[in-house]
Design a protein around this ligand. Structure first.
Ligand code: HEC
Length: 547
């Protein structure tokens, strides 16, 4: 009986403490968002950045036009406000002082005169006249810069054949702030780009001062999509490209820099960044890594792209092991993207090269030897007409492949080397990044198909879910412990959450142009926490849904 009493008392105390006292602060900053033509604005992202700091916190206005930064998110001090709502800009002061008791600030917006500067790549693609097949080619232009650059250009078709030749010869690790040239040219004949050059010259400003077609914009996010807090942590240099962000058990964000020979270790609690050099490089080759995988023994595997190697970093000893490819495979255009972690099964790591061959290699971690597999020889058109983007291991360490030019899922049997392909229902889906879940279901993002897909490796059943916005260009996806699917549109700067059972899709708007690649969900708390890297904005991005 005494024990029970004690319990009741404790519960009561907890209630009293949790209940807000009269006049106590419930939010650090609240207000209403309006504009002359829309007195109540839902779906406007309001961001606050503390002056001199590296953290930007953002919330989104609800169906009453109200936004609210929950208590504890913005410590007292001087802040700068910004908004994201395509078509609008802030009308009024951006500076704001938050006192110990919090602050209120109603936000007035006005129509912008420069909507082009705010448009996402998806909005440019929706606006562009022409057949889908031509528009889809623009998906390949947004990996290194925004499409705004393409649509604002003034070059005619002739000049564009030259510009497109230059683009094709930039290494994949490039972006506009840090071009890197491929060691071996991919293109030398400008005429091969004539059709695309004609098309872009019909879309851009080569013939006049403004666009001849209406600029279409996406509706703002709404409902559940307004219920999230986004935190962006700026990295110290604009040229850092956090391509793959991975969270460890301690809540540290680890990432590959897509353009440099480092991996980053960022602690969101202390805001401390440590950059760890990848020790060996091949001089003259483009720098940067893609896939970062946390292995079962707490080390990291890194796909070292043009460096022609797989790296393995052990945070406990701060030591690297680098497995270089042998010279017969390690040509100047080698580009190892992905690595797989189930080497406890048979001592092997799968990797793929994005050099036009679609070759798959398998590393023996004990001997350092690489074996070659040529799966694309099985497909119509062979390596010239197909490509592999993703390699994921199942529990037997068979390799599952996402094919990136057409719509195939493939499998290489680990024991026999036998290869098989299955087409997914959506033509030209261009299956990009993905991963295997604990039940050996292979999940893949359909970059061009604008869908999220799953392939049950046991039953071969394929399912697809369409992204909420057209031309979202999902790069990657991941499932959480509730079964929800999480992805981000590289072209929309929106995070997508799908309930696969009901089909309900929620979109959360990110505050800035982000070009999100790898996505992860931290499932250690009651609600999922989504993380990604701003590959073009040099920040680590966290999205905390409120339900
Ligand atoms: C692999 C990276 C990469 C890809 C893919 C890429 N670009 Fe670029 N682009 C760059 C870089 C880097 C720059 C800035 C340096 C320069 O102008 O060469 C640039 C600049 C541009 C410019 C401005 C050029 C100028 O002279 O001002 C245009 C226009 C452009 N790109 C169009 C495109 C189009 C169209 C595509 C798709 C067919 C594309 N880019 C794909 C890397 C890329």
């Amino acid at each position: 009986m005494r024990k029970l009493n004690l319990l009741v008392t404790t519960a009561l105390t907890a209630l009293v403490v949790a209940a807000p006292r009269a006049g106590a602060q419930q939010a650090d900053l609240t207000g209403l968002v309006s504009s002359p033509d829309e007195p109540v604005m839902e779906g406007v992202v309001v961001s606050a950045k503390k002056d001199g700091g590296i953290v930007t916190v953002s919330v989104t206005s609800d169906d009453k036009g109200r936004f609210s930064f929950p208590a504890g998110r913005l410590e007292p001090g001087k802040y700068t406000l910004s908004v994201r709502a395509t078509g609008y800009e802030l009308d009024g002061a951006r500076a704001l002082e938050i006192a110990a008791g919090g602050a209120t600030r109603d936000i007035k917006l006005k129509k912008t005169r420069n909507i082009a500067a705010q448009m996402t790549n998806s909005e440019w693609m929706q606006s562009a006249p022409g057949p889908d097949e031509m528009r889809a080619a623009l998906l390949d232009c947004q990996t290194c810069h925004t499409l705004e650059r393409v649509f604002r250009s003034t070059y005619d078709s002739d000049t564009f054949t030259q510009v497109l030749t230059r683009m094709a010869n930039y290494a994949s690790e490039s972006f506009w702030l840090k071009p890197q040239v491929r060691p071996l040219n991919r293109a030398s004949n400008p005429e091969q780009f004539r059709k695309m050059a004609d098309y872009i010259a019909s879309l851009n400003l080569s013939a006049g001062e403004t666009w001849t077609y209406p600029l279409k914009t996406l509706p703002r996010v709404k409902g559940r999509g307004t219920r999230a807090i986004v935190t962006e942590y700026d990295l110290p240099r604009r040229t850092i490209q956090p391509h793959d962000v991975v969270m460890d058990k301690e809540g540290i964000a680890w990432f590959t820099d897509f353009g440099d020979q480092t991996i980053g270790r960022f602690d969101p609690k202390t805001l401390k960044l440590t950059e760890i050099k990848i020790p060996e490089t091949v001089p003259g080759r483009p720098t940067g890594s893609l896939d970062l995988e946390l292995t079962k023994d707490g080390t990291f595997l890194v796909g070292m792209m043009n460096q022609g190697a797989i790296g393995n970093y052990d945070p406990k000893t701060d030591k690297w092991k680098i497995w270089h490819m042998p010279p017969e495979f390690n040509k100047d255009n080698i580009q190892l993207n992905q690595v797989t972690i189930n080497y406890d099964v048979d001592g092997k790591v799968w990797t793929n090269t994005n050099d036009g061959t679609g070759n798959i290699y398998r590393l023996d971690v004990n001997t350092g030897k690489y074996e070659l597999f040529e799966p694309l020889k099985l497909l119509p058109g062979g390596p010239a007409a197909n490509a592999i983007y993703q390699v994921s291991p199942d529990k037997q360490n068979n390799a599952w492949l996402g094919e990136f030019r057409n719509n195939y899922i493939g499998r290489i049997d680990a024991k026999t080397g036998e290869t098989k392909f299955w087409p997914v229902p959506t033509e030209k889906s261009r299956n990009r990044r993905g991963r295997m879940d604990d039940n050996d279901v292979f999940w893949f993002a359909e970059y061009r198909g604008n869908k999220l897909g799953s392939f049950d490796t046991k039953t071969q059943a394929i399912k697809e879910w369409t992204m909420a916005s057209p031309w979202s260009a999902p790069y990657d996806l991941v499932t959480d412990k509730r079964g929800d699917i999480w992805a981000a549109g590289m072209a929309t700067d929106r995070v997508t959450r799908v309930n696969p059972k009901t089909g309900e899709t929620v979109e959360y708007q990110l505050p800035k142009p982000t070009n999100a690649r790898r996505v992860v969900v931290d499932d250690s708390r009651p609600l999922p926490v989504f993380w990604t890297g701003s590959n073009h904005g040099a920040s680590i991005v966290k999205v905390e849904p409120l339900d």
